[in-house]
Each structure stands twice: as C-alpha cells, then as structure tokens.
Design a protein around this ligand. Sequence first.
Ligand SMILES: Cc1ncc(C[n+]2csc(CCOP(=O)(O)OP(=O)(O)O)c2C)c(N)n1
Ligand SMILES: [Mg+2]
Length: 729
Amino acid sequence: MATKTDVKPNEVDIRKGDKTYQGLSRQQLIDAYRVMYASRKLDDREILLKRQQKIFFQISGAGHEAIGAAAGFVLKSGYDWFYPYYRDRALCLSLGVTPYEMLLQGVGAADDPSSGGRQMPSHWGHAKFNIVTQSSPTGTQILQAVGCSEAGRYFAAHPQAASKTAGDYREFKNVTFQGDELTYVSLGDGTTSEGEFWEALNTAANSKLPMIFVVQDNEYAISVPVEVQTAGGNISRLVSGFPNFHFEEVDGTDVMATYAAFTRSAAYARSGQGPAFIHAHVVRPYSHSLSDDEKLYRPDAERQEEVARDPITRLQMFLIREGILDEKGVNQVEKQVEDEIQEASDRALEAAFPTPDTVEKYVYSPKLDPTSVTFNTEPVQSEAKATARTMADLINTTLRDEMKRDERIVMFGEDVADCSREQYLQEKLIKGKGGVFKLTAGLQCEYGSDRVFNSPLAEANIVGRAVGMATRGLKPVVEIQFFDYIWPAMMQLRDELPLIRWRSNNAFSSPAVVRVAIGGYLTGGAIYHSQCGESIFTHIPGLRVVFPSNALDAAGLLRTAIRCDDPVLFLEHKRLYRETFGRAPYPGPDYQIPFGKAKVVQPGTDLTVITYGAVVPRALQAAQKLQREHDISVELIDLRCLNPFDWETIAASVKKTNRAIVAYEDTLSWGYGAEIAARIADQLFEHLDAPVRRVAAKDTFVAYQPVLEDAILPQAADLFRAMKQLAEF
Ligand SMILES: Cc1ncc(C[n+]2csc(CCOP(=O)(O)OP(=O)(O)O)c2C)c(N)n1
Ligand SMILES: [Mg+2]
C-alpha cells in the first residue's frame, strides 16, 4: 500500500512553525493515521469475509497499530530484518506489504506472497521486505531473530563469504547484508513465558546483538491475564537485569511516544552497543481471534475502559485537536483507505487458488537434489600412507576441510569450542577440548572463535539460532551433545527448521545441519546417554535424516549434508565413533555420497536383513556365523540414510531372497523398521515366502547395569536367532 497519503496537513499556524511531535512531522502523523486506519479496516474486512465464509480464519492487529506505524518510520524496509508476530499488520503495511497481498493470504490464493495459500492469514512473510516467514507456535521467532542478527554481523566481518559460489547450496542462496542493519522481533506478553524468549534475551545481551525486541503487552494471552503469566505482572521489571540492553517501557497506543522509543532504541542498537527492549502497553479491542469470545472472561466494564485507549481514535482526536487535519481531512484519508481495501478485496476474491498437484512442492529444495549423481564421487587417497582412521577422526577431518572450502560454515553447540577463554589457548596453557567426543577438536584454533564457539546449555537456543542463520545464507553445522537431550529443541526441529521452505512457498529456506551423538551399547550409558528415536524425526517432512555405520560413509554423507540445500539431521553413533569396525583412510576433501543410497554390506541369497547404525556390525557378525555354521546366505543392507531411504535396493533384495528382517536399535514398537516392514508387506507381498520380521530393543529404556543393557538392546545373538528362524520358516 502507499504508506504515504496525498492528504496534506492544514495550513500551519505561523506561530507553530515546523513543530514536530516527539520527532514526527505533521505529515508523518497523517501518514501514521493512514497506516493504522488501513490496518484496522483490513481486520474489519477480514472479519466480514470470515462471516461470509470467504476466508477461513482471522486474527487481528487491533489495538496494536501504533507500534507498527511508529516502527515503520524508524526501521528500514528491505534493509533491516523483521520477525514480526501476528498482531503486526500495521508494521507490515508500513514496510510495504499491500492490502491486496494480505487479503490474498486470507483467501488462500496461489499468489499470496507469504505462503501461496499454505498458512493462515496474519502469518507474515515477504522476501522483498526482509519479513521472514512466520509460523503459529508462539515464541519460535525469537531465537531465529537472534540467529538472523548474528548472521548479519558475521557477513559484515566476512564479506567474501557472501559471494555466490557454484556447486553447492550457495549457488541458490542470495546473501544480502548491511553493516548497520537491525533485526526486529516482536511477541505478546503471554509469549514472554516461553523459555525460548529468555534464551534469546540471554544470547542477545551476551553478544550485544543489534536487535530490537518488542513486547506488545495487551495484558492477555487469549483468556489468561498478564499477572498469571508474569511474576509481578510486569515483564519490564523481570528483564531489567539483562546487561547491555537499552530498555523502554512505553504507552504503545501513543504513536508519538512509541516513535520516540523506537528512535532511541534503533540509535542504540545500530551503534553496536547492544540490543533494545521495548515494552509497549497496548489494548485488545477485539477478542483474541474470531475463534474466541472475550465476553466469557472479560466483563463489560473492563472492555469499556479500554475503548478510551484505542490508538486509532486517540490519534484521530489528536490530529483534529492539534489542527493538523479537520474532520474533512480525516474523512478524506479514511475514504481513500476504504476505497483501496474495497478494490483489494474484490480482486483477492477473484484470485486463483493453488492447485492440488502443488502440495508436495518445496518440501525440499527444488534446485539441488542430494540423491542425485552430483553427489556421487569416488574416494581418493589423499594421504601418503593409507591408515585406517576412526569415524570420529574422519568426521573431524571432513568438518575441517569443509570449513576451509566454505567460509559460510559456522559451528556451535555445548562444549564444541576448543576453549572459550581464548587467552588460555594463546598462552598455550591448555590443549583445548573441541566437543565432549572431540569431534570438533582443533577447529576453533584453526578457524577462529567467530566460526567455532560454545553455546549456552540450551538446545532450543542452538537449533533456533541455526534456523535464523541458515535463513540468511550461513551454513550452521551445530551439535546436539546427546540425542537424549535434543527435546528442548523439538519445537524448532519439528515446527520450524524443516518448514521454513514449504510454509513460505520457497521464498525462504533454512538448510542447516544438526549433528547429534546418538545411541547405546555403551556399557553404563544408561537411560539418558543411550537413546535412539530416529523415527520421530523421519516422520517429519522436510528433514533429511542420515545415520552412517562406518567412517567412510560418515565422511561422504556429512559432506553431502553440508553442501546440500536441505536441513539435515546427522546422527552419529557414539559407540561407532572409535570402533575398530568400519575404519577407513580419509577419502579426500571432495568425497560425497548421495542421500538415499543403501550399501549392500554383504550379498546373499537366502534372506535380507535391512538395518543401519550400530546394528550393522552386529548383524554382520550374526550373518557370518550363520554362513559358517548353517550355510545360510544373508544379504545385509545398510540403509545409511533414513530419509530418503533406498527402496529400490530393499525391493531388489527381497525379490531375490523372499525373506526380510528389519533390525534397529530403537525400541521395537512404532520404530523406524515398522515403516520398512509395512512397505515390504504392502508392495512385495507376492515375493514373500515368510512374514516380515523385526529385531529391535525391548519396549523399555536402556538400563545402566550391563546385564540389563545387554538384555534390552538387540545383540548379535538375537539377530542370529531371528535370521536362522526366518531362513528355516
Ligand atoms: C507454543 C504455543 N502454545 C500455544 C499456542 C496457542 N496460542 C496462540 S496465541 C496464544 C496467546 C498469545 O498471547 P500473547 O503472547 O500475549 O499475544 P497476544 O495474542 O495477546 O497478542 C496462544 C496460547 C500457540 N500458538 N503456540
Ligand atoms: Mg497478549
């Protein structure tokens, strides 16, 4: 929408001269009124359309409009970065999103620039204006905004990293950055109760990030009042101890006061002193959404009290009182807005819908297919003497070589740095750690502390920031120390990382790599250092899941994970890190393995065993014994990659052997093997001479006492027994 109006202020009283109002000119106040009024009228139009069943959801920005109008004068569209929340309609109008575009999302049109009909209205996103795709989970945007801000700072320090490079994900990722850009992120008062909010403030403060946090406090989260959410009822008081912040607490229904707060905040944050926090008190004149009826929990008197603080009427009265506009002028502005919305609404209702054949588009990168031959390279012996090295060693070397090749790679997680207190390294007082399993050892020393660093002990912090960084074009390769502790990051892993591309209709993408130490067989690993659970993640569309069983595969697949254009969960089995099984010489700095290609570990004719990870060496041992003792020939398939997986190799093998076992380390029921077994039963039924069997862990947790651990996890003896039985079936 035109953010400026051609309606001019009344003749200035000569005595008032060029008077401004906390920095806003008379013309700007009229422009603010236009944006705020348009925002409210768009909400009203959507409410009407919803009642007519022409759109399917509505959530308003009513009462919050002055914040967006004020921010729009201070922040720079297409220059600064924006992680707004659903009440930021006025902000998005200020940044340049048109009423027509907003209504396209309402009707679910193909041309909706934020999601192509995939997301509810008011889920903002517009690549042209740096408004990053938003979702519904409250609070997930905050850590992503931190990562976005960090990426801006990183590119300013490493400008050459931003250049386009052919041959990997960088070819498809335009990077832009400004030396003094800001990242705006907003949320409601209720959302300050989310842990991710506090994790974000912590990192922003500690790293002095150029960000503006805006809490839009309407004193309600649906029906829950602020005093229930926030100890003491005022978030400003609680956050005031964070260092390096500039704080503002302001009447967010007063556009001039809010503008002044934004001006001071932006000046502070742009100067590099640290982040700003604006706590804006607003009102919520409509119910939470059209699905809510606030009369059920707010008495009339309370709602009436708010009317006097409505930002639109306040500004309208102010304009008239100050003689900036007379009633005629106000009517003129309003009429222009109403005409524009009418016209936009008429057009949006005519807009074409997306077609059903597009539903799977953009689950993954449309440009770079990690299953393709591009990622198929042969190992080269780059070392003079071909020494067999461990999986841990080859992962470390692969990370090192990739960091050398691609300056966009950054690594962080718990304990991944060699040493956060750099002077100890400089003074050579210590050797450095580099991960609890030493997988990132030496990388900070080699590539610097802005490329390899420790995170706080907060898994959502790690993944949320990675999502924001990858959205900007960095390649975060982050580490989750133990799979058992991945759960605080689950919201980011389930609802954000794999969805950025699909929900934005390919306007944004976030191809980060999350490395995770997984699995048991540790003798004493117990409940909380032994978990698997890969099927929880293979169940998520948009996320590639890789699970190598040996050093060579780990090197080749990790390189593909880093160079590809999709988010990847890279599962590294702790027991295999330093196992004698599967050691290999380093296959060279360009060795890659395409995703979704299984490896036939041992060919056979009587029975197919499909497995991966630490079960591979156990199954191999059982198969060899079976061959020796009973002359039964097992074809052993190592899937290596779980999403996508290699159905062709499975099918070809089962057609040959007519018998199949799926073996996996995770608990039996609902596990990864269930899907494979179901597919075999479904699609290869006529080739089967026996039922499809599964061998897996007992449906319990992994115990500490080794006798129990052995009984719980599938052992070579269990595999041997199951194979023999099935071969004899
Ligand atoms: C993680 C999560 N939990 C619950 C919800 C359902 N929900 C949507 S909005 C909302 C209230 C948010 O309140 P607040 O942060 O104060 O923002 P407001 O709507 O008042 O502006 C809730 C509970 C959600 N979207 N995400
Ligand atoms: Mg609220």
